[in-house]
Design a protein around this ligand. Structure first.
Ligand SMILES: Nc1ncnc2c1ncn2[C@@H]1O[C@H](COP(=O)(O)OP(=O)(O)OP(=O)(O)O)[C@@H](O)[C@H]1O
Ligand SMILES: Cc1ncc(COP(=O)(O)O)c(N)n1
Length: 265
């Protein structure tokens, strides 16, 4: 490790209102004592009410950003969030191939407010060529359904989806988030030889903008510190639960979570 300070990189879109995307990731890294870096895939115009516009960065400029980072001080772990086009995925794949650091893929597809954040035609490439490079993949239920082609309504369906992720898509591990199901908020980590289920009460709030970004960023931060995936998953779950419980209630729509809330180690 060149630097004693753990470093994590996010490759994602921006949300100027600070709830999701790159800003949520950097706030999460900072809270976990990790130095944050970012390469921007898309600039969005969005707030707690929805996504008003999207500008995709040309793939060549994403390449330039990643080149600047990796030619100087390489991160110890990285994550991706919104990647709108297949061209950008080609670029990211090249860096993931060349640098063997833990890579967390949050397969962002649709915002909480319902806006499509990925080209429909890029989903096959994401599934077949990017996901197999990840240390873990963190789909929510609709994303897991889209990527596996099955309907998920129960724990048995989640297990079936995990099997497809691991045996057919070829991912090393998958964390399926149950935030979109009814009842308690239950998340599932599946690795080759074991699985772990973490449950928390479902907090009654409309303020869940950026929960997926935050959860996967905390996991990435912990992996940058060389913690195990299981430990990282446990910390991610505790962090997001407190962050949702103590939401700052910002904006007129679905507000962001609280990055000052989690006080644990
Ligand atoms: N109301 C809630 N109460 C407690 N935990 C929740 C709640 N909603 C989501 N979570 C937790 O937040 C994390 C993110 O889950 P979710 O399924 O919402 O992801 P997502 O849909 O990708 O998030 P995003 O809103 O950023 O798109 C998971 O750990 C999930 O269990
Ligand atoms: C740039 C960017 N990345 C990710 C999301 C998903 O987050 P959410 O589902 O909470 O809107 C988003 N809205 N914007």
């Amino acid at each position: 490790m060149a630097s004693a300070l753990p470093i994590a990189l996010t490759i994602a879109g921006t949300d100027p209102s600070g709830g999701a995307g790159v800003l949520a990731d950097i706030k999460s890294f900072q809270s976990r004592g990790v130095y944050g870096m970012s390469a921007v895939t898309s600039l969005t115009a969005q707030n707690t009410l929805g996504v008003q516009d999207v500008f995709n960065v040309p793939a060549g400029f994403l390449d330039a950003q990643l080149g600047s980072i990796f030619s100087d001080e390489a991160p110890h772990a990285m994550k991706s969030g919104m990647i709108a086009t297949e061209e950008m995925m080609h670029v990211i794949r090249r860096y993931a191939d060349e640098h063997s650091i833990p890579f967390v893929i949050d397969p962002v597809m649709i915002s909480t407010s319902g806006h499509n954040l990925i080209d429909e035609g890029a989903i096959d490439y994401l599934r077949d060529s990017l996901l197999p490079l990840a240390a873990t993949v963190t789909p929510n239920i609709p994303e897991a359904e889209k990527l596996t082609g099955i309907t998920i309504e129960s724990e048995a369906d989640i297990e079936k989806a995990a099997k497809i992720f691991m045996d057919e898509i070829g991912v090393e591990s998958v964390i399926i988030k149950g935030g979109h199901l009814k009842g308690d908020a239950v998340d599932y980590l599946f690795q080759k030889d074991d699985s772990l289920k973490l449950s928390s009460e479902r907090i009654d709030t409309g303020h869940t903008h950026g929960t997926g970004c935050t959860f996967s960023a905390v996991i990435t931060a912990e992996l940058a510190k060389d913690r195990t995936l299981e430990d990282a998953f446990r910390t991610g779950k505790k962090y997001i639960t407190e962050a949702i419980r103590k939401t700052p209630e910002l904006g007129r729509g679905q507000g962001p979570v609280n990055h000052f809330a989690y006080k644990g180690e």
